[in-house]
Ligand binder design. Structure first.
Ligand code: CTP
Length: 403
């Protein structure tokens, strides 16, 4: 888990969205983080410190002068302890205080004292949010290096529809993960990642597809974004996966032809391509214009070969590093090595999709990295996020050696 061994200070100020902090704290812990909460006095009107204490598993700091034995000078101890400091929700009042250099309670003193990345998740009524004073404060805070998590649009507690909703806890936790795990090993690099399966239409309502969930490719895109890359995520069909946070430009495609067009259009300007997509090798020669009606006992559909996108990239490779995947059910290393050579790749991630703990649907994978010089790296079963992190590490190494 990416947040394992990471310390997150979750600071809560007094808005109606404060109740969502309980879910944020809970999700952070599920993802492996240690969590300590700070609340403003006003926040305690919306959610009790006891709730956050129980969920975080740590005492909650509210008063500057309270007696919590764990910390020495409490606001400094919390500020130093944090790997990431997040304020969710951040009210107009708290944003204004921080922007104005006011530190008159536990939250504002601790945030001023921390050197950790600070994420601010404003949540308030639309008119308040759009008020030029609040907007100016946010600009000022951004200029100082504080990171803003944009509020969502939608139904607000005051009864209107507009901007100002605190994003869903899962989104906030994704932003925290990005801030906690960020590096710059791919800074300045443009990376194309393909993910998911492609679908080939048979008629207007049917298609041929595959079981790819897109999880591995999305994990790679997330790891590349965490490494500071600009990511072009070309996504086929997936299990309704959310676009990873960071500098990720997502292009949704359906067929192999669409995927090829998207990848080809960015190829010349990219530094690295990681092709995790499960691409349909064949398509119907003549997809029916109207729905195919049930008639004979058997149905034969003429199929023709799709272009091999990765092979094409290998043929016109210049400065790019190319990484392919091979999903096999037998002779994994042998077939993998043949694909690496044939497609002119710099690395291939081979895995046996029929093995327990590997494959399209689960959250883990068992992979072997193969290289053109015949060397290989056999890996244990691990989470797709962890494997994605290793792929990015190796890719960064290959890019550095290419210079
Ligand atoms: N690939 C591709 N275009 C295709 C087929 C595959 O770009 N038309 C890429 C995949 O994204 C993957 C690699 O090639 O990175 C290997 O894909 P895989 O399906 O394992 O192998 P194939 O080359 O299709 O060979 P086979 O299906 O016979 O195993």
């Amino acid at each position: 888990m990416l947040l394992e061994k990471k310390n997150v200070v979750l600071a809560v100020s007094g808005g109606i969205a404060a109740f969502k902090a309980a879910s944020v704290a809970s999700m952070l812990r599920k993802r492996g983080a240690s969590v300590k909460c700070i609340m403003t006095e006003h926040a305690t009107q919306f959610i009790t410190p006891l709730t956050l204490r129980e969920i975080s598993g740590n005492p909650v700091a509210v008063s500057m002068f309270g007696d919590i034995p764990e910390f020495q000078v409490e606001h400094i101890a919390l500020a130093n302890w944090a790997d990431v400091f997040v304020i969710a929700p951040a009210t107009a009042n708290v944003l204004g205080k921080i922007a104005g250099g006011i530190a008159d309670d536990m939250l504002t003193t601790a945030v001023m004292a921390t050197k950790a990345p600070v994420l601010l998740a404003p949540a308030m009524n639309s008119n308040m949010y759009l008020n030029p004073i609040v907007q100016d404060n946010m600009k000022k805070l951004t200029a100082y290096g504080y990171e803003l998590i944009e509020p969502d649009k939608g139904h607000l507690a005051c009864g209107i529809n507009g901007i100002g909703r605190l994003p869903e806890p899962e989104d906030i936790v994704d932003y925290i993960e990005l801030a906690a795990c960020r590096s710059d090993v791919l800074k300045g690099k443009r990376v194309i990642v393909t993910a998911g399966g492609t679908r080939e239409p048979l008629d207007p309502v049917r298609f041929i597809g595959n079981r790819s969930s897109g999880r591995m490719g999305f994990a790679v895109a997330k790891a590349a974004a965490m490494a500071g890359a600009e990511v072009i995520l070309v996504a086929g069909t997936t299990d309704h996966l959310k676009t990873p946070k960071g500098d990720v430009h997502r292009i949704d495609v359906e067929s192999t032809k669409n995927m090829k067009e998207a990848v080809d259009s960015y190829y010349d300007s990219c530094d690295l391509v990681i092709k995790a997509a499960a691409v349909a090798d064949y398509r119907a020669v003549h997809p029916a214009e109207n729905k195919i009606k049930k008639s004979d006992e058997t149905l034969a559909i003429d199929m023709t070969k799709n272009p091999d996108i990765l092979y094409g990239l290998g043929q016109r490779k210049k400065h790019q590093i190319l990484i392919g995947f091979a999903a096999e059910t037998t002779h994994v290393l042998e077939y993998g090595a043949a694909k690496l050579k044939k497609k002119n790749l710099d690395m291939l991630v081979a895995n046996d999709v029929s093995a327990e703990g590997a494959g399209f649907q689960g959250s883990t994978n068992i992979a072997t990295f193969l290289y053109p010089d015949g060397s290989m790296e056999k890996l244990e079963k691990m989470g797709k996020d962890e494997l994605a992190g290793l792929i990015i590490e190796r890719a960064a190494g290959l890019l550095a050696r290419r210079k």
